[in-house]
Design a protein around this ligand. Structure first.
Ligand code: BG6
Ligand code: MG
Length: 218
């Protein structure tokens, strides 16, 4: 039986991609570049530093380290202004009930997110206290698809990696879960999450019975 449950935040618990988009689009404008919605898709699950590097690559622009840091700070300030407007109504369908069901069974829940803003977002949507442990952009050095964030999360809930299930909406996140030897559940479309062990479009379609009865990979 699976024993530990690790949730990504952005795109799994809340849809923050549109706020990241609006904030990065403004950064793009400062660089004389228009960020498209398709390009924003490629930034899902990608760390803040890597996101800006990708945008600079698409824009074909090189900047100083000082400007790089300033653009990251400004982007985060803009993003946080959107976060401040978030409420429990921003929780994605079914995920809160799913987590509550696992908690009612006494099972440990951890967050495994690239975001450095994770605690603030969880606070705004009223879900901070649901998590037994939080592994986020502040607790790790290596970005997904490196498994570090999920391994740190598993350790914090004292569960072996192979007994953990990860819920992820991004390709890099699914890879990270697979690299950690955990069961990966993709939330979204099978088109871009083909490496996940199972894919569901949202949590209203997932039962805790199905998840608890999954078999470890090895
Ligand atoms: C991920 C998001 O969860 O966190 C990315 O999908 C984001 O879009 C990354 O860049 C880092 O988040 P933050 O909040 O620390 O900039
Ligand atoms: Mg995500």
């Amino acid at each position: 039986m699976m024993k530990g449950f690790i949730f990504d935040l952005d795109g799994v618990i809340v849809d923050t991609a549109r706020y990241h988009y609006l904030a990065w689009k403004k950064t793009g404008e400062e660089l004389g570049f228009e960020l498209s919605i398709e390009q924003n898709e490629k930034l899902k699950g990608v760390s803040r530093v890597d996101s800006l590097n990708k945008i600079l690559g698409w824009a074909g622009v090189e900047i100083s380290e000082e400007k790089f840091n300033r653009l990251m700070d400004e982007k985060n300030e803009d993003y946080l202004n959107y976060v401040e407007q978030m409420t429990p109504a921003d929780i994605l369908p079914g995920v809160k009930d799913f987590i509550l069901e696992l908690k009612a069974k006494g099972l440990p829940i951890a967050l495994g997110s690239a975001s450095k803003n994770a605690p603030r977002i969880l606070e705004k949507i009223g879900m901070l206290e649901y998590f037994d442990a939080i592994a986020d952009g502040n607790s790790v050095k290596k970005a997904k698809p490196d498994p570090e964030v999920f391994l740190v999360a598993a350790k914090s809930i004292v569960t072996a990696p192979e007994a953990c299930v990860v819920f992820e909406d991004a390709e890099a996140g699914v890879e990270a879960a697979n690299n950690a030897g955990m069961i990966s559940i993709g939330i979204g479309s099978p088109d871009n999450l083909s490496h996940a062990d199972h894919v569901f479009s949202d949590f209203t379609l997932i039962t805790t019975d199905f998840i608890l009865n999954l078999q470890p990979k090895h």
